[in-house]
Design a protein around this ligand. Sequence first.
Ligand SMILES: [Fe+2]
Ligand SMILES: [Fe+2]
Length: 265
Amino acid sequence: MILNKTENLSTAAGDAWHQSSGAEGFSSKRWLAYFQENKSSCPQIVIPEAVKVSQSIRPSLIRSLQRFQIGETGEGKHLKKFASKMNDPVYEQCIDMFIKEEQHHARILAQMIASMDGTLLTWHWSDLVFIALRRLLHLKTEIFVLLIAEVIGKCFYRTCSAHLEDPLLSDAFSLIVLDELGHLEFHCGFLRSQFETAPIFLRRCVLLCWSALFFCASYVFIADHKAALTALNVTPQQFLRDLSTSFRICSQRSLALEPKVEPKD
Ligand SMILES: [Fe+2]
Ligand SMILES: [Fe+2]
């Protein structure tokens, strides 16, 4: 399994995170190098016309993947517009490459849906809600909301990778998860660069609001995708735990609120 070898975050993205969140701070240049390397080393994924997915899982899995496929399709016009206000052309290039990776996921998901004889959606209310929330204020708000979607996507794709018996589908999901881990690191690193010098009470307030939004989104997601989770042998409680753990790590990193580790005597 591709994922098991690399899930420990010792990926190129993890390295870019550790370098860019160190003394030198967030580095658009290093992230651009990461995205370029990720693009050139990305294996070609071709999903065959027929895959081994039992009929008992198929309808609920297709239904969930259709929603993710729509979410990954966007052109990111607003995100690009906001990013252009950072006066950092390299960061803009990173955002551009990030959007292209998401569109690549949309194409893979579309192939997966077709291989299970499903059709694509043209719109879904959950996508419209996410877009509306993301556009509320400015770049940081957009990234806070985006990160919630990234956490949910990463956890769902990882569940698919771990529970689907078709090896090709499972590996394709693993590759998407690796990209999503990179996205989480990238956006967390950016937010950290914007917030680490902010007063701690402000960062804690942001965490409170962000967590409230995250748990609302998680409960709505689990209710809407319960059939797929059940088909994949994951209980809502297990999935919520998985989401919460990922979000906790992500939010603490983004807001520089990691618990202090006491040095051992
Ligand atoms: Fe994605
Ligand atoms: Fe992503």
